[in-house]
Design a protein around this ligand. Structure first.
Ligand code: PGA
Ligand code: ZN
Length: 401
């Protein structure tokens, strides 16, 4: 039985305040979790409130309904209480940031009571034996860095890695090789919010550099590393002119041109993964691209689906995309995230568990990805708040095998 829920403001990786929750139970169980925060957020995400307000609202409405009432190990009960306490359909009262922090902290307290690792508690005895392949963000721009690439994330996918640790180190090696190639070209570069290099170059150059870095590391490690993108195209889309604005390149593409451009990139770079290639309202363009290249690559909806089963159901009806990005804070609870994964799986869509650009040391998503047997996890390549998850994956694999 939950005996206390404590909420506080802590720092995230951008230096902004975020919500951290502690859940304590009668039998001495303890769980602590913190909410991440997006920068290129989807229009249809659950509402993140300013942390002070979210904490005050959760203390008033949610905490009294949980304390002495719910079992931490009963995730569906905890999460349905959070929904009832909030009373809106987008967590605009207690904030999705308070909700997700409490939901994840309760899961950890539930695992603690059982004496089981979180992935075991979440996944159960019959979870799959597979480990997710980490997608490493090695070059990026968009909303994550000023004056860098138009495409938000150039991702590497070590699909041939014999272990999760090999994959994690391969992504870091590509990140390092990119730095060397930038230096050779005399291109100075800082890093974006997720630790990817954020040079002032055009997408075309980024493709060339990442391609070269991937080849170098492939030669070194001796297994296949593929390539992926998060276009985050909603951020580029101009609804008035109905065009995608590639500002660094000075190119404007209408929807048909965008479909053709992305399909060409899939062929040219043998992309294994393309996230949000279109605006979040354009199911039709997603469907057309999926029709064209969906058998070669994952077309993933992030801002399109926002981890929301209603939006995913619409996408399934229309054949839009063939995979969904799972970010628990987009929807507010672990139960909702699980339901989205389940609906995806039932309909032949893959799920990809993901971090946010604003993160903390919290490692819940590493456990969630293992528990749900998803093929990929997107959680960066370097930087403490990213390596927190990557190193946790290495530990989980070590414990589980
Ligand atoms: P965000 O970006 O966390 O800033 O929304 C990540 C993404 O678009 O996948
Ligand atoms: Zn995205």
């Amino acid at each position: 039985l939950i005996t206390d829920v404590r909420l506080r403001r802590v720092l995230d990786s951008r230096g902004n305040p975020t919500v951290e929750a502690d859940v304590l139970t009668e039998s001495g169980g303890f769980g602590r979790a913190a909410a991440p925060s997006g920068a290129s957020t989807g229009e249809y995400e659950a509402v993140e409130r300013p942390p002070t307000e979210a904490i005050a609202a959760a203390r008033e409405h949610a905490v009294p309904r949980l304390v002495g009432e719910a079992y931490a190990g009963n995730q569906r009960e905890v999460d349905s209480i959070l929904h009832a306490a909030d009373g809106t359909d987008d967590f605009s009262k207690i904030g999705a940031n308070s909700a997700v922090a409490i939901s994840m902290a309760a899961a950890k307290a539930g695992a603690d009571v059982l004496g089981a690792p979180l992935f075991q508690h979440l996944g159960g005895a019959f979870r799959g034996e597979n480990f997710p392949i980490p997608l490493g963000n090695v070059v990026g721009g968009g909303e994550h860095a000023a004056d860098a690439t138009d495409i938000q994330e150039f991702l590497t996918a070590p699909v041939g890695a014999p272990s999760v640790a090999d994959a994690v180190f391969a992504n870091a090696a590509v990140h390092g090789a990119v730095a060397d190639l930038l230096e050779e070209r005399d291109v100075p570069s800082g890093k974006g919010d997720e630790g990817a290099w954020a040079p002032s170059i055009e997408d075309e150059d980024a493709f060339e550099i990442v391609d070269e870095a991937v080849s170098q590391v492939e030669d070194d490690v001796g297994f296949e590393i593929r390539f992926g993108l998060d276009v985050a195209a909603a951020e580029m889309y101009d609804a008035d002119s109905e065009t995608y604005e590639y500002e660094s390149a000075g190119i404007s593409r209408d929807t048909d041109e965008q479909i053709e451009y992305i399909a060409d990139l899939v062929d040219e770079y043998d992309l294994v993964y393309v996230e949000d290639p279109f605006d979040e309202n354009d199911y039709e363009a997603f469907a057309e691209l999926t029709d064209n290249v969906g058998d070669q690559t994952l077309i993933c909806g992030d801002d399109l689906f926002v981890t929301n089963t209603d939006r995913l159901a619409d996408g399934i009806d229309q054949g839009a995309a063939n995979s969904i990005l799972i970010k628990p804070n987009q929807i507010g609870t672990l139960t909702d995230a699980f339901d989205a994964i389940e609906l995806a799986t039932e309909n032949g869509y893959d799920s990809v568990v993901s971090h946010r650009s604003g993160e903390t040391e919290d490692t819940t998503i590493a456990h969630l990805a293992v528990a749900t047997d998803v093929p990929f996890i997107k959680t960066g390549a370097v930087g403490g708040e990213r390596t927190a998850k990557l190193n946790e994956l290495i530990r989980i694999a070590d414990d589980a095998t």
